[in-house]
Each structure stands twice: as structure tokens, then as C-alpha cells.
Design a protein around this ligand. Sequence first.
Ligand SMILES: [Zn+2]
Length: 140
Amino acid sequence: MQCEICGKQIKNGIKIKVEGSKMTVCGQCSNLGTKINQKKEEKRKSSSNSSENKIKTSKRKNRTRKSSRSVYDEMDELVDDYPKRIQKAREKRDLKQDELAQKINEKSSIISKLEKGSKLPEDKVVRKLENFLNIELKQD
Ligand SMILES: [Zn+2]
């Protein structure tokens, strides 16, 4: 192989561009033109970030558990003999049913029914009775 410019014997010619035409020349003559990159630069594949497909699995925990204590559950906490306890505590303070009712701002009929055990007291009534009579109506 010869240099296309100077005719010098070359082993590995260098491809250059001279005024638009490609030539294979020697090392010296290669300076006369523009080197053509023989080795195509390996296109650096800007590799799309390799499989970091972190699938964000949004864990949706079903919060269906509502600690739903029914009203009846609370009522079950009452001691069995709450009618007697109310009556005892009331009589201990020398109060009539309607007097006690007035003290806790409830109807006397409620006290009457409670002491007969025919009606379960509402929670607020229980609390008022407990506080006023200083008794325990709920089970431990
Ligand atoms: Zn040459």
C-alpha cells in the first residue's frame, strides 16, 4: 500500500479527507488533511437506566377494622346489681327518686326505672350517678 500523496510505502494507511476527497496516506501526509475516524466510536448507548423499574406497589391496607364497640357492649359493663346500688346510695343520702333525678338533671322516671332494673342507664347517666352518689356502676 502506498501513500496516495507521497507514494511512500505504508503498512497501515491513515485515511484522511483532503478537500472533500478521501485518501489513504502515510503518517506524515495525514497532517495535510482531516483524519477520518476509522473506528467508529462505539456509540455509547446512553443506556436507558437499566431496569430500575421499581414498581411502587402502593400497599393499601384495608383498614376496615373499626374498633366498634356497640352501645350494648358498654352497657354490658354495668354491674348486675346496679339498681340496688343506686337505690342504696340514694337512700343513704336520704334522697327521694325525684330529688336524686333533680340533682343529676334527669327525670325521676329514669331513676325509678333504673332502680327497678327495667331500664339500662345511658352512659352519661351512669357517670352522673357514679359521680354524684360516689358509687361504682361499672364492672372492673
Ligand atoms: Zn505520504
